[in-house]
Ligand binder design. Sequence first.
Ligand SMILES: *[C@@H]1O[C@H](CO)[C@@H](O)[C@H](O)[C@H]1NC(C)=O
Ligand SMILES: *[C@@H]1O[C@H](CO)[C@@H](O)[C@H](O)[C@H]1NC(C)=O
Length: 544
Amino acid sequence: MASVKLVEKHEASTMRATFKKCLGLLLISGLLLFLFCAWRPGTSSGVDLRTRQRGQIQKLLKGKIQDIIGVYPDIAYHIKDDVACLLAQNTCMCRADEETFNLPFSNLLFPHVWAHNIDLAFLESHPDPSGVKRHRAQEYSSFQKRSYNPADVLIVAEANSPLQYPTQGVEVRPLKTILIPGLGLKEETGSNHTVSLTATLGTFDVAATVDRVSVKGGGEKHMILSSPLLTSLNRQLQFVTYTNTLFHPKTADTVQFATDVHQSFFTIKVGHGIIPRLYNTGNPREYNISALVTIATKTFLRYDKLKDLIDSIRQYYPTVTIVIADDNEHPQPVTGPHIDHYIMPFGKGWFAGRNLAVSQVTTKYVLWVDDDFIFTANTKVEKMVDILEKTTLDLVGGAVREVTGYTATYRHTISVEEGGEEGDCLHVRNGYHHVVAGFPNCVVADAVINFFLGRTDKVQQAGFNPRLARRGHLEFFIDALGSLHVGSCSDVIVNHASKIILPWSKTDSHKAYEKFRYSSSGADDNVYKEDFYFKNRFKCMTSQ
Ligand SMILES: *[C@@H]1O[C@H](CO)[C@@H](O)[C@H](O)[C@H]1NC(C)=O
Ligand SMILES: *[C@@H]1O[C@H](CO)[C@@H](O)[C@H](O)[C@H]1NC(C)=O
């Protein structure tokens, strides 16, 4: 903006006289600019993607923090145990609740916390425990390198710095140029004022020049600005540009801004913007469930249950699309309008089926149901759409009513405590974080029941690990921790067809289903242990 103004002023005073000259100059400079832009040194040679920049500046930052911590060595302090113990120490312990009393039903009222040593359980049955441990450490280290972002590095602003600079919010698109806002120097006027700028992933320049200011290193990673006049230098600092030169879709450059005696650091985020994924859902004034929601389910050996589910859905939502993932050995046709029936290889399993079903959804929201659920007048999908439309939640669970009348919401909180080299500790507890304002029947939690409505793109992003074939539910919410904002409403209820079936009324397919679902071979068990031990790098899980 400022540079445009300058050009305008300049043109107003000398416009007619120099019009032709200017035009010629413009053409020439345009050509030069074109040549300069077309010829980019270094772009043809490869960029080393193997390690991320952790250069001079990062070392300097580390040293500075050490200096600050090291001050006042001879002043004594007294640790407050009750507060200090709240701080994470990177040494989580695998501890269960101590058994205090043992009355009948006490576990229902005060659920007992159990602890499970995942590393022991997994490693003791593994043929090469030290090998798998080493492999996990290697994989973890390269994961950390990939997910490292210089913008996460701690920077402390030192006291009494005369330097003014932006602390956050500066962003540049890959290989583009921006004006750095807010740079300035506030010191007593002297005979020579000098500042310097240093970057690692880009170069500096000035978009305009100011008289009596010397600029050295324009177009380079290190630029020095000096002037005998402080005001001129500050004027010049308003025109400093930063150009990202090393392509990365999402990273940050730590810039050093310094005088002879003072140093400051700030980060410039480098990255593409987030491309939105919007859904055109028609009239936004009323919720058209058929246009907004797809119902997804996975079926295995329970066509009778599936038919009841579909019939119950059709009573309330006759045109909503139902996606069915089916991994039966002998698939039967499931027909009807607005039904997409996907046949999978036999026995591919629970999460693979969820993944497939969810991947085929084209509406804004996906409603997950089990194949033995029944819709009733209490299954108001509109309510779930409403809360997702009006809040920042990504997924909202409902309630499932058993034949006995018992209604479950399965609300859990999940937290991960750091545990050093052996892995971290996963803690799962009954409960929720807080009530959602404006929705008195809804709360925020980390994991909810098997009946939920989610933003399709967010659920797809989190994904269902297809290795988990027989069971799995919590695993999805653990993978999604930190990326999904999860809620739970107790007033949207679906019925559950009986789980407890009297033996004489069991059909052959029931028996086969139970055999398949509840039998767990040793190899199958190991997949679950490995999932926690290796994939999620846990050493311990505690739960209620
Ligand atoms: C001001 O000081 C800087 C270094 O401190 C030096 O590079 C520069 O030439 C000096 N400028 C003048 C005008 O003396
Ligand atoms: C609701 O959406 C469906 C599917 O997109 C569409 O066929 C139907 O006409 C819509 N109904 C209304 C009332 O807009």
